[in-house]
Design a protein. Structure first.
Length: 254
């Protein structure tokens, strides 16, 4: 059985946000409610200030705190593939999962549009839905959080379950450069021009993702929470950086 994971090389990431855009298009996100975000922040003191950035999808944790707090089992860990998914049909919108996630990657669609003009005015809702454009995606599956997010539920990144789960069994890495596999590659990985993102099976020792994690000392964000993310970051601190590591090294300097 596969345990899918992502590797993001922070030394290669340019902060272009193509991943954010591709994810939004693939997964019907509302403007500014990004399942795959790139967070920007400043480092240093004026005038010696550096702009830094940090790409952040759902970590699809091995031991996800969002799953254990969900009273309706709407959030669940898929045993085949290691995806953490959302069943929109079971979610009661209590937001426990949103509070429990240490990475802030979950979204509850607000009543007010964050960006104007509000496109929900263009496609008036039906059946109590927050946003109801007059089309259905070919892959729609509300039991896995795929398709238009209905009113009153939490959502998040699916690791492009609708693509990855159709990959041939036993494949170690889903690589854009292998023509017969590229249809199964998550949208954010596929579109990354500097090739800062990689996707593969963490359970296969010879997968490229496992080699990179070992060679470049891949780190998991906020590992102290025990969530065991299936997203690893490679960082030498050149451009983007892992915020938790950065604050540790700052305090080391005194
Ligand atoms: S990153 Fe947050 S939402 Fe994603 S699996 Fe982990 S705890 Fe759940
Ligand atoms: S908001 Fe939905 S998914 Fe989250 S804990 Fe409540 S019922 Fe579960």
């Amino acid at each position: 059985m596969a345990k899918w994971g992502m590797v993001i090389d922070l030394d290669t990431c340019t902060g272009c946000q193509a991943c954010t855009t591709a994810c939004a298009m693939e997964n019907n996100r509302l403007p500014s409610e990004n399942w795959q975000d790139v967070l920007f922040y400043h480092e240093g003191t004026y005038p010696n200030v550096k702009l830094m950035w940090f790409p952040r999808p759902c970590m699809h944790c091995e031991n996800p705190s969002c799953v254990s707090v969900c009273p309706t089992k709407a959030t669940y860990k898929d045993p085949d593939g290691g995806f953490v998914l959302m069943d929109y049909n079971k979610c009661i919108g209590c937001k426990y999962c949103q509070v429990a996630c240490p990475y802030g990657v979950r979204f509850y669609v607000d009543e007010k549009a964050v960006v104007q003009p509000d496109i929900r005015g263009v496609f008036p809702s039906e059946a109590g839905r927050q946003w109801d454009p007059p089309y259905k995606g070919p892959q729609d599956d509300p039991s896995r959080g795929i398709g238009i997010q209905p009113h009153g539920v939490v959502s998040k990144c699916t690791f492009c379950y609708h693509k990855v789960s159709k990959a041939p069994k036993g494949v170690a890495d889903l690589d854009e450069d292998i023509p017969e596999l590229k249809e199964y590659v998550p949208a954010c990985v596929r579109v990354c021009a500097p090739k800062a993102r990689f996707f593969g099976d963490l359970d296969q020792p010879n997968s490229n993702v496992n080699k990179m994690i070992a060679d470049k000392r891949g780190v998991r964000l906020k590992d102290e929470t025990g969530n065991k993310p299936q997203v690893y970051y490679l960082s030498g601190g050149a451009t983007a950086s892992v915020p938790s590591l950065r604050s540790m090294s700052d305090s080391d300097k005194g």
